[in-house]
Design a protein around this ligand. Structure first.
Ligand code: FES
Length: 581
């Protein structure tokens, strides 16, 4: 793969607003001068949008993002560009209801139009929390303006009574421990203080760390970006270097379409397997590919990930946290390992202008307990397993590194919850007819059903099972699962129940067979019985008749293709359009 830089100097799109002496130009330029900008800033230099997802209600992208933005802007000034910081839709994971996922596509749409409709020649995406990274990358891919990603970085390690506490992961662990009678509610409240110790995103290999790693593996961020802690001075350094680099990318006209090739996507999928990354990456990467000309399917996830061992020993699959991953050398070490074992397209181009292999070939692993040798891998086949069968004709996913090996092949009796409310109402009932050999099934939590597809797929086990010391059971749903969660959890079952998929007609007492080695998910009823049940099915989920919730429900696609809105797919470029003045 080669990239040929464009000729420089040439007229940039921002000059359609600011170049020349027409009335319209004077209007645009004069207005911006009320900020105190001198004349020579409008001489045709690259204008860079610093798209900042900072928000006081997105604590993962908290006030440190303002400092990072200043460093990015310093780099842009140094390189002869003109930075303009622009607020970007910030879909916070821990505040938005019903789920931030419902707003990923809205954020992508808002940022896409913000880029296209304004005098911007290139952009830096300041992102971090789970949905902010994919939504802004989707927007950038659809406009295809030169783009570089800078993430806010993960939090420092948390500790509770001397033990590492991982974001999210320990919330699930402690909550189950309270239900099992192994921890008091007071201790749980005490632990709350230790979970978020500094600014930054989740410190586990949750979705935020995964998507930061995906941006780096795709070549959309400078090498080393993903793991630098939010509060480490080197986070500021890479921000400044990214600011310098985007100016040259604009001059070279290096666009996302030059970087986001099929090879880059395959590198990302294999990286996700190696890091034990979040199942959410499946949806986001498919959605991102849908904004490009690259054909990427759920089957590519299974095909590319199968031979990749999970070598990053981080919670929730392993032991350590992002801080230790950074000290061990971070993602470049993982990419080097993939490159040494024939699992990386070495000549994929990155935002640096170099190949991904040139960026990583000389790095060293500083801690083999954190980035493991292959023979000590957490899972030898660490890739996301894509299961298919009459229960999931379009596929469902499972993360082997977070699952229990003994449950990978299992036949069990279904205990069905019609939706999350039904689950909450009955799960603590001591009379619930369930034991650890059963398979818990939950419906109506997919992209249309919830709506937005919430992270409830790792539904907690019933207390009567937990009290026996059992910590895992098979769970199947059309929901997602937090990247910080774990367990033998089958997710994203497609088509979802609310769209009339077979999941909608599973009944308590049905037998279900799961066979991960053979990628099979089977509801053990006859074809005739399944057809009869589907013919009598009526929707059960809440529906909306106005507002964004209506737009989302009417147009969202299935999880198997990325859950984008159908009318947002594809690259629309960045034409400057007409001037209304
Ligand atoms: Fe925002 Fe985890 S909740 S990064």
């Amino acid at each position: 793969m080669t990239f040929t830089p464009a000729k420089w100097p040439r007229k940039l799109r921002s000059q359609e607003w600011y170049g020349g002496t027409s009335r319209d130009t004077i209007y645009h330029r004069g207005w911006l001068k009320n900020q105190g900008y001198p004349d020579d800033l409008f001489d045709g230099r690259p204008i860079i949008g610093v798209m900042n997802t900072w928000s006081e209600l997105t604590p993962c992208n908290g006030s440190h993002m303002k400092d990072i933005a200043e460093k990015v802007k310093a780099g842009i000034w140094e390189a002869g560009g003109f930075p303009v910081e622009v607020p970007a839709f910030s879909a916070s994971e821990n505040t938005y209801r019903p789920t931030a996922m419902m707003f990923r596509n809205l954020a992508a749409m808002a940022v896409e139009e913000s880029l296209r409709g304004q005098p911007i020649d290139g952009c830096v995406l300041l992102v971090g929390c789970d949905k902010t990274t994919p939504s802004l990358m989707m927007a950038a891919a659809s406009t295809d303006l030169p783009t570089i990603v800078v993430t806010g970085g993960p939090m420092l390690n948390g500790y509770f009574r001397g033990e590492r506490v991982g974001s999210g992961t320990h919330l699930w662990k402690f909550s189950e421990a309270v239900k099992a009678g192994e921890m008091t509610q007071e201790e749980f409240l005490e632990a709350e203080q230790s979970m978020s110790r500094s600014s930054g995103t989740c410190n586990t290999m949750g979705t935020a760390s995964t998507m930061a790693s995906m941006a780096e593996a795709l070549g959309m961020a400078l090498s080393g970006n993903a793991a630098i802690p939010a509060v480490d001075s080197r986070r500021r350094v890479i921000a400044q270097l990214s600011g310098r680099r985007i100016v040259q990318m604009v001059k070279d006209d290096m666009k996302p379409s030059d970087i986001l090739t099929k090879e880059a996507f395959e590198n990302a999928i294999r990286t996700n397997a190696a890091i034990g990354g979040s199942t959410n990456a499946v949806i986001h990467i498919l959605a991102l590919a849908g904004r490009t000309n690259v054909e990427l399917t759920l089957d590519d996830w299974d095909r590319c990930g199968r031979d990749v061992p999970t070598i990053v020993n981080l919670l929730p699959s392993g032991e350590f946290l992002m801080e230790e991953f950074f000290y061990a050398g971070g993602l470049p070490v993982v990419l080097k390992r993939l490159g040494e074992t024939g699992l990386l397209h070495r000549d994929a181009i990155t935002v640096s202008g170099s190949t991904i292999w040139d960026e990583v070939k000389d790095v060293r692993n500083h801690n083999e307990n954190v980035i493991l040798p292959a023979e000590k891998a957490l899972a030898q086949s660490g890739g996301i397993a894509v299961l298919k069968g009459n229960l999931a004709p379009n596929g469902a996913v499972l993360k082997p590194s977070a699952a229990t090996p003994a449950l990978m092949t299992h036949r069990g009796r279904a205990v069905v919850f019609e939706d999350i409310d039904d689950y909450k109402a009955r799960i603590n009932d001591e009379d619930l007819d369930i034991d650890e050999t059963c398979i818990m099934v939950m419906k109506n939590c997919g992209p249309k059903g919830y709506p937005g597809m919430s992270e409830v797929g790792n539904m907690g086990l019933p207390p009567k099972v937990l009290k026996k010391g059992i910590t895992d059971m098979i769970r199947i749903s059309d929901a997602r699962m937090s990247g910080t969660a774990y367990g033998t959890v089958v997710l994203h079952t497609s088509p979802e129940a609310a769209a009339g998929g077979p999941l909608a007609v599973v009944q308590s007492g049905d037998m279900i067979e799961i066979d991960v080695p053979n990628r099979r998910l089977h509801l053990d009823i006859t074809d005739e019985e399944l057809a009869a049940r589907l013919a009598n099915w009526t929707p059960h989920h809440e529906t909306f008749d106005s507002g964004y919730a209506w737009l989302h429900q009417a147009h969202v696609e299935g999880a198997d293709t990325g859950a984008d809105l159908d009318f947002l797919k594809g690259c629309r470029g960045s034409p400057v359009g007409r001037d209304a003045h």
